[in-house]
Every structure is written in structure tokens, then in C-alpha cells.
Design a protein around this ligand. Structure first.
Ligand code: PEP
Ligand code: MN
Length: 339
């Protein structure tokens, strides 16, 4: 049940209301918005309490969300979530571009790539240090050393960084290296212990859609983060597995207008992992922004044929510049602007 309180209620009144609900053994969460507080009771509300709450002078309106998730439901916020990712805003009326190699492959290469990302006008640097690879014999990433190299490259060129975390035990290393945003990869979207551990890291989280996950499962995964105390969640559509084999995955752009109804969280698109083919990335980026994405995340490599992972989908630096230029145009067409 979601309770919209009247404007102007003081913290003591809100606390009294929360205590009343909690005294019945129910869990209640408060929306981070402060003008008109919103409370969400995530457990089933007994009829007597529901009737009681309806009478409460503090409460303007109670709603039963149509969906089973609560804290990420559109109804839980008056306005859409805006996130400060290391100084770059996501989810306002701007469009962001995240770019970088699939994997951090060494200090020189990440610096060379970061320079081209910064030159292209993109905003945030990506690169995997812990790589989820299908084969145990494939390059697994440089681990903590990769985090260090990525962060140093980001600092050198003035960009915040995002990188994937695969193990709950690594949270302290990500925080110690001041990683600006923790990515939950598609393969780990339903790794609930990882979600709980990342939720308390105090950093924005980029939550990729699982390989074969429904929108509902994806939002439940986001709800794990929110229930764990993380409000800065960015959803990332990266293609889903279908019968189609001509592309690596099938990009599901339907989720963009749909999620705008279902959740207050910003949604970005990763066309690189969706297509798996570099030449498809630019048109899919344009389509994503046209359909309302808050940004795109793309892979780039100075020499894709030498990349240690995902070379076939990596843009060349010049192609990335084109994607950013297109993003600017598409943003303007939809009444927004490039971040
Ligand atoms: C990645 O971003 O490098 C990655 C492995 O993506 P995904 O989890 O979407 O496959
Ligand atoms: Mn990749």
C-alpha cells in the first residue's frame, strides 16, 4: 500500500505514523522526496489498519499499486529519479553517453581509449575489470588492478567510471577504489545476495536486464536494491535472448515507454551487447534515444580486432564521435539535450 501524506507534515508526525505501522509488524519505507512524503508499506496491510489509515488526518491518499513491486513503482515518487553519477546527472532532461572498452586490458590501452571517449564528448567511462565470460579459458579481466587502471584513466580525463561487480565480497574493493557506479551484469541480475551487498555500498547502481528476464523480474531485482537502501538505480536494457540468431540478442525497445509508466527509475540502453555487431550500434543508439532512453552505453576500442573481449561489437573512436553527435540531435528532437 502506498500512502501519500499531506504537505507540511513534520518529521515527528511522520515518525509517529511509521511507528504505528511498524507496531503491527509491517515494514514501511519512506520516499526520499521531502515536499510531500510518500510511504510504502511492503507487507500485506490488515483490514483494520487499512481502515484506520484511511481516516488519518495526515494522509491525503492511499493507493494499491497495480504491481507487486513497491519502492521502484512509479507511484512511490512524485517526480522521476534523478541520479548524480560522479557529477553527471542521469534521469533529468538530458541524455548521457557511457562509453569504453568491454574489458580493461592494461594501463596504456585504457588511457588511450579513455582519451578517445573524452574527446568524443561522451560523459562516463566504462570498462570491465571482473569479466563474466562464458568460457573459463577466456580472458577474465585484471580484477582489482583493472579497477585501479579504470579509475586512474577516468580521473586523468575527467570522467566518472562504471564497472561490473560479480561478487559481494568485492564491494569494499570497489568502494576503496572510488568506483562511481557499480554495474550488475545481465548474468547476475537475479543474484540476490549480490544485489543486497551492492545496495549498501552507497553508490549508484547500473542494473542490466537479465539475458532472459521479464520486465517484472527486472523490476523485482531493482526492488531488492531499493529495499536494501539504494535509491540511485539506473536500469539498462541490453537485449534479450530470443529465437533470433542473426544478432547476439534482440534489443527490446518496447521497455522504454513501458518502464516510463511502471517505474520512476531512469532507463538507458546498451546497443552493443544487444546487437553484437558494431555497425548496428549507431542506428540502435538513435532509436533508443528517440524512444526515451536517458542515455546509451556503448563499447569502443582503438583496435577492435585486438580486443580481448567483444571486439566484433566495439566501435572505433571515430564512430563513437558519430554516436555522440547523433545523441545530441536525437535529444534535441525529443525536447532534451546532451548532458
Ligand atoms: C558488459 O557490460 O561488459 C557486459 C558483460 O554486459 P552484460 O552483462 O549486459 O552482458
Ligand atoms: Mn562486453
Amino acid at each position: 500500500m502506498i500512502l501519500r501524506l499531506k504537505r507540511g507534515g513534520g518529521p515527528a508526525e511522520i515518525q509517529a505514523l511509521r511507528s504505528r505501522i511498524e507496531s503491527e509488524g509491517l515494514r514501511v519505507y519512506q520516499s526520499p522526496e521531502c515536499l510531500r512524503p510518500i510511504l510504502a508499506i511492503v507487507d500485506k496491510v490488515p483490514e483494520a489498519l487499512a481502515a484506520d489509515l484511511l481516516q488519518s488526518p495526515q494522509i491525503e491518499e492511499t493507493t494499491q499499486p497495480k504491481t507487486a513491486w513497491r519502492l521502484v513503482a512509479r507511484e512511490f515518487r512524485d517526480s522521476r529519479t534523478q541520479i548524480d553519477l560522479g557529477g553527471v546527472r542521469i534521469g533529468d532532461d538530458t541524455v548521457v553517453v557511457i562509453a569504453g572498452p568491454c574489458s580493461v586490458e592494461g594501463r596504456d590501452l585504457i588511457e588511450e581509449t579513455a582519451r578517445s571517449v573524452a574527446d568524443s564528448g561522451a560523459h562516463i567511462l566504462r570498462g570491465g575489470a571482473f569479466k563474466p565470460r562464458t568460457s573459463p579459458y577466456a580472458f577474465q579481466g585484471f580484477g582489482v588492478e583493472g579497477l585501479r587502471q579504470l579509475k586512474d584513466a577516468g580521473e586523468k580525463f575527467g570522467m566518472p567510471v562504471v564497472t561490473e561487480i560479480m561478487d559481494a565480497a568485492d564491494v569494499p574493493a570497489f568502494v576503496d577504489h572510488d568506483i562511481d557506479c557499480l554495474q550488475i551484469g545481465a548474468r547476475n541480475m537475479q543474484n540476490f545476495r549480490l544485489l543486497k551487498a551492492v545496495a549498501v555500498a552507497g553508490r549508484p547502481v547500473l542494473l542490466k536486464r537479465g539475458l532472459s528476464s521479464t520486465v517484472e523480474e527486472w523490476l523485482y531485482a531493482a526492488e531488492y536494491l531499493a529495499a536494501g537502501g539504494c535509491h540511485d538505480i539506473i536500469l539498462c536494457e541490453r537485449g534479450i535472448r530470443t529465437f533470433e540468431t542473426a544478432t547476439r540478442n534482440t534489443l527490446d525497445l518496447t521497455v522504454l515507454p513501458l518502464l516510463a509508466e511502471l517505474t520512476h527509475l531512469p532507463v538507458i540502453v546498451d546497443p552493443s551487447h544487444a546487437a553484437g555487431i558494431a555497425r548496428l550500434v549507431a542506428p540502435l543508439s538513435r532509436a533508443s534515444i528517440a524512444a526515451g532512453a536517458a542515455g546509451v552505453a556503448v563499447e569502443v576500442h582503438p583496435r577492435p580486432h585486438e580486443a580481448r573481449s567483444d571486439g566484433p561489437q566495439a566501435l572505433l573512436p571515430g564512430e563513437l564521435t558519430g554516436v555522440v553527435a547523433d545523441a545530441r540531435i536525437q535529444a534535441a528532437i525529443s525536447g532534451r539535450q546532451l548532458a
